[in-house]
Ligand binder design. Structure first.
Ligand code: PHE
Length: 348
């Protein structure tokens, strides 16, 4: 083949290539196109095979022209291939449309359990007044739970707290007052004592406001001059801290074997502001806690000098306060793993 012949045929091959390329619109077409213009049976490959029959004097120029033709055809192919690739990609993007204005996924934040919120609020209050925090076991000796709290064996006062017996002389503590005995034993007759003891207690009880397991916070102060007035002051401040400064606080005489005199504290009903409604059983008041001056027998039974020292104690129910504060209708909700119920406390 002569250069002139090649130029003519080369032009024709390129022209055919350019003519056909417009019709190529997908990957299949592209493969066919590639085979036809760059494959084994293409005109281009044919020209390479003809190199041998070219006059050696023209061979170099032929080679240059041929390689230029090859570059052109390959460029046509490459341009088309990238067009098709871009087209496929944009089709894929259109199918998988992402709406970036949609809200994202938030990781589920936990919440402080309402029971624990109350514990924290009350312990913060007392720590601020300089109280220590004491602890005791839930499986407790009959001795600490009853006898050392001035409730002798067979005393009818034991019926006030129907307890679970674990073994001879061992119970699930029925109140955190048992920790009073432990604190006094640890302090060996020394004063002052200023502690609170939060913890779980157990009684044979079961209805919407009572559970076999619930929480109490005990308070115990022993010193030479801890007075009834101090007790009233602290409890009034505590109840207003928990339920709002507007609440009226009322103290009624009561009975506990370990305190004398004993009192119970009420707050004015926050539903009706003391007018009387179904929430406060039309009394205008809501009962909150028990307290009193430490009974001299309790001081003596726990190795304290009842002539020199005196004190006061109080006990409040954590669950009851949580239910009142957050309007919880059933105590069991505090112990069931109800995600929807607990989620309500997330933002507070
Ligand atoms: N322990 C009492 C109860 O569980 C509460 C209380 C504690 C009363 C301390 C007076 C003093 O009912």
């Amino acid at each position: 083949m002569t250069i002139a012949e090649f130029q003519e045929k080369g032009e024709a091959a390129l022209k055919a290539c350019l003519l056909e390329v417009d019709a190529v619109s997908n990957l299949d077409d592209l493969n066919v196109f590639k085979g036809r213009h760059l494959g084994k049976k293409s005109a281009l490959t044919g020209f390479y095979q003809m190199m041998r029959s070219v006059d050696p004097a023209e061979r170099k120029e032929f080679g240059i022209l041929l390689s230029r033709l090859k570059d052109k055809i390959e460029a046509v192919y490459a341009k088309k291939a990238s067009e098709i690739e871009a087209k496929l990609l944009s089709e894929k993007m259109a199918r998988k449309k992402v709406d970036i204005t949609l809200p994202g996924f938030y990781p589920l934040a936990g919440a402080i359990h309402p029971y624990q919120k109350v514990v924290r609020e009350i312990t913060d209050f007392f720590v601020g007044l300089g109280f220590d925090i004491a602890d005791g076991p839930e499986v407790e000796s009959d001795e600490n739970n009853f006898a050392k709290m001035n409730i002798p064996m067979d005393h009818p006062a034991r019926d006030m707290q129907d307890s679970f017996s674990i073994a001879e002389g061992v119970v699930l503590r029925s109140h955190t007052s048992a920790v009073q005995a432990r604190v006094m034993a640890a302090m060996k007759g020394k004063a002052p004592i200023k502690v609170i003891c939060p913890g779980k207690v157990y009684r044979r009880d079961n209805d919407a406001t009572h559970s076999h397991q619930f929480g109490q916070i005990e308070g115990l102060v022993i010193s030479r001059d801890a007075t009834f007035a101090n007790l009233i002051e602290i409890l009034t401040k505590l109840l207003r801290h928990l339920f709002g400064e507007k609440r009226a606080v009322r103290f009624r005489p009561s009975f506990f074997p370990f305190t004398e005199p004993s009192i119970e504290a009420d707050i004015s009903c926050f539903e009706c502001d003391g007018k009387g409604c179904s929430f406060c059983k039309h009394t205008g008041w809501i009962e909150i806690l028990g307290a009193g001056m430490v009974h001299p027998n309790v001081l003596r039974l726990n190795g304290y000098d009842a002539e020199e020292l005196q004190g006061f104690a109080f006990g409040l129910g954590i669950d009851r306060i949580a239910m009142l504060k957050y309007g919880i209708d059933d105590i069991k909700r505090l112990y069931a793993d109800e995600a929807d119920f607990l989620a309500q406390f997330r933002k507070e």
